[in-house]
Design a protein around this ligand. Structure first.
Ligand code: ACM
Length: 515
């Protein structure tokens, strides 16, 4: 009998929960973008001194898990040891790769927060990385306000099943009109990764500046990189710096897409090399804001050697799939020359195994189903490209150009596409823009930030945030879940985080107005 009681007592002790159950509410958690399937669990997960983080043995997953670990250990005294092998699924935070049958989308993830564990699963590292952003958004604001030290930490109970609506969710930075320094670019990468942005398109050349070192054509940066809008000193990325940016972005699961704009928007190159001009005379450097006055010389073979060298050198530094050839506003090139030019450029880019992206204007020269057009101003021209089988990236200027002023009183920005308050930026719906096009022909969305009026990181952040956050949500969240009132509420609660993270965002009266 004594034995039976003893066994019973041992059994009871074994059943006593290791940790108290904590009732939680997901209501205070602000997700941006909104995950697609969220269910609420009554009890959350309580961290303690014995909570272990499991990553498996892959270095890539370990790096992701370590990023999360660093955030927890920076703000609490929990050791939160990282272990490669799963010894228990209790009191554990697990970052796991699972079979693609259960999570088919490479960026999809399942996040379960219950009293026993936090389990983050995906079929690919990028899925874990996107899921980790959701997990980080569940941490209290104090966590982001580095320096706070918390004695206790509870994550609200939930099960989230999530995957993006569109595979391409990008931002474009014009580093040509005003140069953007490497460290500023890295800060932008840190911040956009939070909102699950996965592409950063760099507009590397324009009339006012050439911003990437090309070893076989060194004057492009020596001369063409020496100034910018307003006559400042400009700048450029060395190939080593560019590689460093590509690697930094890749560590945030962001693909860099290089753009060399042609045949127009090329004055910086034409000023650097006389031979690129039909009259063999170099142009003057240009520091104004006009567009549409420059063109590479279409009839010279040297022009195509130049393009091949540039495409070859940049492609060798860029592991991603895409090369953007610009093609917009070539008003100084005749329609016939424009077509002749692009028909010669396409095979060059294809030779370097890159998928061609061009502004929708390239539809006028003929496109094919391997190419992607970027819609910015003319639905009819974009429709022409779509009818030839190209895919489309949605960037309509009036809703998605981040350089457009919010209101007439915005301290910087342009107004040619009207004014774009935060609600208008949130109103773009890709499927409504091209209702006759199947969804899989819409690759995704991109928010371009042209930099005519952007002279520093503060300016950049002011124009990009929060409009970019809305675009990121439209790219990620299924259309049926997009709701301005809900978005507005979440954005109003997100101000502190933006400030803690050092993002000088625009505070819109629309967000704080009750209606
Ligand atoms: C553009 O805004 N010129 C593409």
């Amino acid at each position: 009998m004594r034995y039976i009681i003893l066994i019973f007592l041992v059994f009871l002790v074994g059943c006593i929960p290791e940790k108290p159950l904590v009732k939680t509410s997901l209501e205070d958690t602000i997700f941006l973008p909104q995950p697609n399937e969220v269910s609420i669990e009554e009890y959350g997960f309580l961290f303690d001194n014995r909570t272990v983080l499991y990553s498996g043995t892959s270095p890539e997953i370990r790096d992701i898990a370590n990023e999360f670990r660093a955030l927890i250990t920076k703000n609490t005294s929990f050791p939160f040891a990282l272990s490669e092998n799963i010894t228990s699924r209790n009191n554990a935070v697990l970052f796991e790769i699972v079979n693609a049958d259960s999570i088919p989308n490479s960026e999809g993830y399942i996040l379960e927060v219950i009293p026993e564990r936090v389990s983050l699963q995906a079929s690919k590292p990028e899925g874990l990385y996107r899921g980790m952003q959701t997990l980080i958004q569940m941490l209290p604001d104090d966590f982001i306000n580095y320096g706070a030290s918390l004695d206790s930490l509870v994550l609200p109970g939930t099960i989230i099943k999530d995957a993006p609506s569109y595979e391409y969710r990008g931002m474009m930075l014009d580093v040509a009109r005003h140069f953007i320094a490497v460290d500023d670019l890295k800060k932008v990468i840190d911040d956009i990764a939070t909102y699950k942005i996965n592409k950063l398109h760099l507009h590397l050349s324009d009339d006012q500046g050439w911003r990437i070192e090309i070893k076989s054509w060194p004057k492009l940066t020596e001369i063409g990189g020496s100034t910018e809008v307003g006559g400042g000193t400009g700048g450029f990325y060395t190939q080593e710096e560019y590689k460093d940016i590509v690697a930094y972005a890749a560590a945030h699961f962001i693909e860099i897409i290089p753009e060399i704009d042609m045949p127009g928007h090329t004055n910086a190159a034409l000023a650097s090399y006389p031979e690129l001009n039909c009259d063999d005379k170099a142009t003057e450097l240009y520091t104004g804001m006009r567009v549409g006055f420059s063109s590479l010389c279409v009839d010279k073979e040297r022009t195509y050697q130049f393009i091949e060298d540039v495409v070859r050198e940049i492609s060798a530094l860029t592991p991603g799939n895409y090369f953007h050839i610009g093609g917009d506003e070539s008003h100084a090139t005749s329609a016939a020359d424009y077509k002749k030019f692009l028909q010669k450029v396409y095979p060059i880019v294809k030779r370097y195994r890159k998928k061609i992206i061009g502004w929708e204007d390239i539809s006028n020269a003929g496109v094919d189903s391997t190419m992607i057009i970027q819609h910015w101003t003319s639905e009819s021209i974009a429709t022409k490209g779509l009818s030839q089988g190209a895919k489309v990236i949605i960037s309509p200027a009036s809703e998605m150009y981040l350089d457009i002023k919010y209101t007439k009183d915005s301290r910087i920005g342009l107004t040619w596409a009207g004014l774009t308050e935060v609600d208008k930026a949130y109103s773009v719906r890709p499927l409504e823009l091209f209702p006759d096009v199947p969804k899989d022909q819409i690759l995704g969305l991109e928010s371009p930030l042209w930099s005519e009026t952007v002279t520093n990181l503060d300016d950049l952040q002011y124009l990009a945030f929060p409009r970019l956050i809305g675009h990121a949500e439209i790219g990620w969240t299924d259309e049926e879940h997009l709701d301005w009132q809900h978005y507005k509420y979440r954005l109003s609660k997100h101000d502190d985080r933006l400030k803690y993270k050092g993002i000088n965002s625009y505070t819109s009266p629309l967000i704080h107005q009750v209606d």
